[in-house]
Design a protein around this ligand. Structure first.
Ligand SMILES: [Zn+2]
Length: 212
């Protein structure tokens, strides 16, 4: 139970006092902070609406002349709200956060680069080096083509992530389905992280090539 800093009512942890509407500096997970169900498939429009609505009600300007504890609660609740929204809005951030909630971390058992990605990393670095060696327009064209291919792998990985989210929300019972879903989730998030890095490297390579 939490106590409202304004009317002193004790209530279940939440960001807004149900009695007087004052902000409450509660420690909540991202889903609870936004008052959305703890699910991986999210209606992003609804999430955004909720975020703006709560943001207005918690805004520090509204409590500028309130006692210090109320102002402090407003700042803290607003920060938590914003952090929660940013985490949940992005599917990758949401997936990483989900792992955390389930006591798993991406870094664990994840030191090895997936083999299909390892080959890709090597090829891309090679191509960027060729462009740096100023082997003419051919190298730049090949790298642009590579960028498109990486983008389509990224789309594929994002689709797989969305499918994994749906399967979680179908609420699998028992430890095994959850263990499988966790390992799938880790694997696809790790692939997305590598692909993001590769696309960034390619973009830098292309930029450097244009500047040369
Ligand atoms: Zn209150």
């Amino acid at each position: 139970m939490r106590q409202c800093p304004s009317c002193a009512r004790r209530c279940e942890p939440c960001l807004i006092c149900p009695e007087c509407g004052a902000p409450i500096a509660a420690e909540l997970d991202c889903f609870a902070a936004l008052g959305v169900p703890r699910r991986l498939t999210i209606d992003l429009n609804l999430l955004e609406q909720t975020y703006h609505e709560l943001g207005r009600r918690l805004h520090p300007d509204r409590f500028a002349s309130s006692p210090e504890p109320v102002r402090a609660a407003s700042l803290k609740a607003t920060a938590l709200l914003t952090r929660s929204y940013r985490t949940l809005r992005d599917p990758v951030g949401r997936g990483l956060y989900w792992l955390e909630l389930n006591g798993a971390k991406l870094a664990e058992n994840n030191q090895r680069v997936p083999p299909e990605i390892a080959a890709l990393v090597f090829e891309v670095q090679e191509q960027i080096a060729e462009l740096r060696g100023a082997l003419g327009n051919g190298a730049a064209a090949a790298l642009s083509q590579r960028r498109e291919a990486l983008k389509s792998l990224m789309t594929q990985a994002n689709d797989e992530l969305a499918e994994n989210f749906v399967r979680w929300d179908q609420n699998p019972g028992g430890p095994n389905p959850r263990a499988t879903l966790t390992s799938e989730l880790k694997s696809v998030l790790s692939r997305i992280a590598y692909l993001r890095t590769l696309v960034r490297d390619v973009d830098r390579g292309l930029e450097a090539g244009r500047a040369a």
